[in-house]
Design a protein around this ligand. Structure first.
Ligand code: AMP
Ligand code: MN
Ligand code: MN
Ligand code: MN
Length: 301
C-alpha cells in the first residue's frame, strides 16, 4: 500500500493504519549531527532495507528533515518520514535524551529551544577544546568544528578527531580517557553541558504537536531505583513514552521496559539509534513491537 502523504494532513495527523505490519524505525541520525550518512544516503539505505516508516532524530537539530523529505519526493521513494529530534537534557546530574516524534519542525517554541541547545553545544565544545589543549591537543576544537560543519557539534566529533589523529585507539577510549563522564567530575576534558531540563524538552515537543519519548532508558547506567525515579519524573512532567525496543536489548530488559510502560501508562517506541553502518545494528534491524505494548504512533491520529 502506498504510504500517506503528509500534504494531505496537518503534520500532527498520520493515519496509524499506515503503520500496521510495516517496518518501522523511530530513531536515527544523519551527518546533520553525529551520524555518518547524509540525509539522502540515510533515506536510500532505509529504502534498500525496505523500511516503511523512518524517523530522523538528530541531536538538537531538525536540519536534516527538509533535505530528507525533498529526496523522498524527488526520487519518489515509498517511505514515510517522521519528523523528529533528540534533545539532550540534564536531570539530577545525568544526561537524559528525549526524542520528539511527529513534530512540527517549524514551531517557534521548539526553534527557540533548539537555538538555546546549539548555544550550549557551542560553549561546551569551546571549553572542551581548551581542556584538550591542556592535555596536549591544541587543534582538536578546530578539527571537530570542521568535521561537524554546519551541523550540531557533538562529543562524537571530538572522539573521532582524537581517534583519527592517533591520540586514542578507539572512539570509546576518547570517552574513557578524556571527554566522558564517569564518576562525579568526569574525565580530564569533560565539560558539564548546560542542557535544558526534561520538562522544558517535553513542553517544546508538545508545543510542536509531537510525542515525547525517553530515548534508550537502559543506557543511562542507572540503578533500578534511579531508573524508576527517572521514569516517575518523566511521566509526572507529561512524557508520553519510553523506547522499549532497541537493538541488542535482552528480552529481559525489554520486558522490564514494557512493565514500566504499563505501570506508568506510557506508550512504547522503537528505534535503532542508527549512526553509521556497523556489525551490531542497522536501520530497522531486530525491531518488533512486543505484544501488550501501546505503540507511540497510536497517538498520531
Ligand atoms: P553529545 O550529545 O555531544 O554529548 O555526544 C554524545 C554522542 O556521542 C552520543 O549521542 C553517541 O552517539 C556518542 N557516543 C559514543 N560513545 C559514547 C560514550 N561512551 N558516551 C557518550 N556518548 C558516546
Ligand atoms: Mn549520537
Ligand atoms: Mn541518545
Ligand atoms: Mn540517538
Amino acid at each position: 500500500m502506498a504510504l500517506l502523504s503528509t500534504t494531505d494532513f496537518p503534520h500532527q495527523i498520520v493515519k496509524t493504519e499506515g503503520f500496521a505490519h510495516k517496518r518501522i524505525d523511530l530513531h536515527s541520525h544523519t551527518n546533520c549531527s553525529d551520524g555518518g550518512l547524509s540525509p539522502q544516503t540515510l533515506i536510500d539505505r532505509a529504502a534498500n532495507f525496505q523500511i516503511d516508516v523512518l524517523a530522523i532524530t538528530d541531536h538538537d537539530t531538525v536540519a536534516g528533515l527538509d533535505i530528507a523529505q525533498k529526496h523522498i519526493e524527488d526520487k519518489n521513494i515509498p517511505l514515510k518520514l517522521i519528523d523528529g529530534i533528540e534533545i539532550s537534557t540534564a536531570w539530577q546530574g545525568f544526561e537524559i535524551h528525549i526524542v520528539g516524534l511527529n513534530i512540527d519542525k517549524n514551531n517557534s517554541q521548539l526553534k527557540s529551544l533548539i537555538e538555546q541547545q546549539q548555544e550550549a553545544r557551542e560553549q561546551r565544545a569551546i571549553s572542551m577544546g581548551e581542556k584538550l589543549t591542556k592535555c596536549g591537543f591544541p587543534t582538536i576544537y578546530t578539527d571537530a568544528k570542521a568535521m561537524a560543519g554546519d551541523g550540531s557539534i557533538t562529543r562524537a566529533h571530538f572522539a573521532k578527531v582524537l581517534y583519527q589523529q592517533g591520540h586514542v585507539s578507539t572512539m570509546q577510549q576518547a570517552f574513557d580517557k578524556y571527554i566522558g563522564k564517569k564518576g562525579s567530575k568526569g574525565q580530564r576534558a569533560y565539560v558539564k553541558p548546560n542542557w535544558c531540563n526534561i520538562e522544558e524538552a517535553i513542553v517544546a515537543i508538545h508545543q510542536a504537536g509531537g510525542s515525547a519519548v525517553m530515548a534508550h532508558p537502559i543506557r543511562y547506567d542507572l540503578s533500578a531505583k534511579w531508573l524508576r525515579r527517572l521514569i516517575v519524573h518523566f511521566s509526572e512532567v507529561s512524557g508520553d513514552g519510553l523506547e522499549v525496543v532497541l537493538p541488542q536489548m535482552s528480552p529481559d530488559q525489554r520486558q522490564k521496559m514494557l512493565a514500566y510502560c504499563q505501570e506508568y501508562n506510557l506508550y512504547a517506541s522503537m528505534g535503532s539509534d542508527f549512526h553509521y553502518p556497523n556489525k551490531w545494528s542497522d536501520l530497522g534491524r531486530n525491531l518488533t513491537m512486543p505484544v501488550g505494548a501501546k505503540p507511540i504512533w497510536a497517538q498520531w491520529q
